[in-house]
Design a protein around this ligand. Sequence first.
Ligand code: CP3
Length: 343
Amino acid sequence: MTKTILRALAGETQAVPPIWMMRQAGRYLPEYRATREQAGDFLSLCYNPELAAEVTLQPIRRYGFDAAILFADILLLPQALGLDLWFVKGEGPRLSTVTSAEDFRALKPVHAIDDTLSPVYETVKILSRELPSETTLIGFAGAPWTVATYMIAGRGTPDQGPAHALKDGNREVFEQLLGKITEGTIEYLSRQIDAGAEAVKIFDSWAGSLKGEDFDRYVVEPARIITEALKRRHPGVPVIAFPRQAGEKYVGFHGATGADCVAVDDSVSAAWVAEHVQPAGCVQGNLASSHMVTGGEDLVRETRAIVEALRGGPHIFNLGHGITPDADPENVALMIETVRSMG
Ligand code: CP3
């Protein structure tokens, strides 16, 4: 196996960790902004296979990352299930909501998602033809809890209040919704794999707002069900789980879900991850994305410290969360150069 990302996901410790970056195709790149302009808007870009493949390739050409992540969004699945979706400039996503049994019943059946999502599979097909042979193609979806927080609130929320309110106020509808998203996610990721995705990542950006038993039921359990179903259908295709801000709950996450890799955010130290999480398998992370804005000595020192701390086991270098639009593209180059000079 020559692809370094797949080797890390298979549990191999490498002298230099392979590297990619969350939101590597995005607004910090002038070439991304130009292509989005050409597409018209963000959603048109997501559903235009030629242009979505183009923006996926841009950071690979510019930096030579070891993985490309499909250009799409976690909110395309709710749209495919029948919700309205639009983006308000400078604010973020808006959706029609699911807060009652009636709203839930109005959702489309899971098998209907491909009617909406087939352009995404087409993007994957183009990418699997066009990517350099050493670059791994990663597909992705949102985790059920995180996707549900947007479907229930109709927008991003600082504390996921509306989703907690439905969970505590109408657990039956809440659990039906999570179950449906779980099924839809299995279908969506499975089709990405059929089209050529070589690994998949499940983004649970709001995992940290669930505690105790709720975390086990609504973060761990859906991740386990999705991973198990994918492994049955596509043996050998690795799964990366990202239960962001899970804290202590990162410990044991590989074992509880069957994920091949657990991605960690930067609220935990790399030394702690090396001691408590990495013994169970590959880890991915976890440079604070603010270094992509500030750069300099601090960036170099922190990058080295993370590589050093995690070099005893399988590691994929990444940020702790997505790169932000105000990042300097030069700092991304400095991060990659720093990682690759450590062999
Ligand atoms: O990582 C990549 O480069 C691949 C593409 C990707 C996007 N979104 C493109 C995008 C991925 C993997 C995502 C995941 C995603 N989308 C998550 C989970 C990861 C995370 O960041 O926590 C979430 C919560 C979303 C939902 C979403 N999409 C929000 C809240 C927003 C608005 C905030 C923002 O950054 O503007 C988006 C828009 C979005 N998704 C953009 C991109 C490049 C910016 C849209 C634009 O170009 O204007």
